[in-house]
Ligand binder design. Sequence first.
Ligand code: NHB
Ligand code: ZN
Length: 379
Amino acid sequence: EKHLDTVVQKNKSQKVVYIYSKELIQICDQMQKIPCRASMVHSLIEAYGLTRYMRVVEPREATEREVNAFHDLDYIEFLKKISNHDDSEKFEDEATHYGLSYDCPLQLGLHKYATMSSGATIVAAECLLQETCKVAINWCGGWHHAAKDHASGFCYINDIVLGILKLKEKYDRILYVDLDLHHGDGVEDAFSATSKVMTVSFHKYLTGFFPGTGSLEDIGIGKGQYYTVNVPLLDGIKDTEFTPLVCRILNKVKETFRPEVVVCQCGADGLAGDPMESFNLTHKGLGKCLYFLLQWNLPTLVLGGGGYNLSNTARCWAFLTALATGKQIPTEIPDHKYFIEYGPDYELEVYPGNRKNHNTAHYLRQVYGAVLNNISKIC
Ligand SMILES: CN(c1ccc(C(=O)NO)cc1)S(=O)(=O)c1ccc(-c2ccccn2)s1
Ligand SMILES: [Zn+2]
């Protein structure tokens, strides 16, 4: 009896946890800036038959207590208040005060969306805490810009910070890796003064490009000095430069910081073909970065984020899901509800464009040298 129980337990701990429910997808589909993206991602993962190799776990809403562990009460109360009024114009001024304007449009059900997508990340973190899995995935999470007192960059509640606070209940040293095109400012700011959470962000850094933070000189403060790592990059970077840079830096981070758990934000707006028209990455480049992290065999929380070419984002995250489950998937897109969106080739591949790469070898050597110099200061 005991033997069987351990076998079952072991088997469960091998499976990747995949956070999903019809309600979660239906709510996330309503986000104006990424309409139906949640459905496209889930449908492709299901069409590739990957859900059978994962333990599907339903999310719940983040509780007020969990949300207020990071966010200010007045901001969350306001979010709740305007989310249920369709005449939100009368709150215009207050809305702007909380960052709820152009780039974080007001829409009905916003509060429910924010608490569901962050509850999903918290449930994923709980699965890692309970050691019932090694890898937990929430493609509806990864909202790295949300600040404690205001919305920013399409992000309302910072599910990543809430997930890390949950992991802190058990783990002492937590590594956060941000592969999104944009700087993970909200997560960095939350932990810039502590040496217990190391944040490493790879992003486009150019005057006037959102959010404008994340320079080489941005290394953390007080006890957190050197536990914030920023890798500022320029337009046009390709897998061949991005992947080795990421892996070499993460290798040094592992040696010095010795993380016990990893949180990886896999924003897909750095892919070739994204409307952000910045980086020139493919799903394979991001895949090699995630694969490198998974080889550490540490509990790993995998999250989504940006990604505005919806079919490329679905291609990428289906590929990363297959990689996490150790399954090969064919390059032909399987028939499913959104098949038509994958034309004209109907294949998994995302091909790099031939946009100019502004990252010279000299520039990348400078950045790499400065970053490694900072990391080596960690005792
Ligand atoms: C609100 N902004 C964002 C949007 C997304 C992100 C993001 O994905 N972060 O990870 C960050 C900031 S913003 O002001 O820079 C933009 C608004 C609309 C943008 C856009 C939309 C489509 C194509 C190109 N750009 S960028
Ligand atoms: Zn982004």
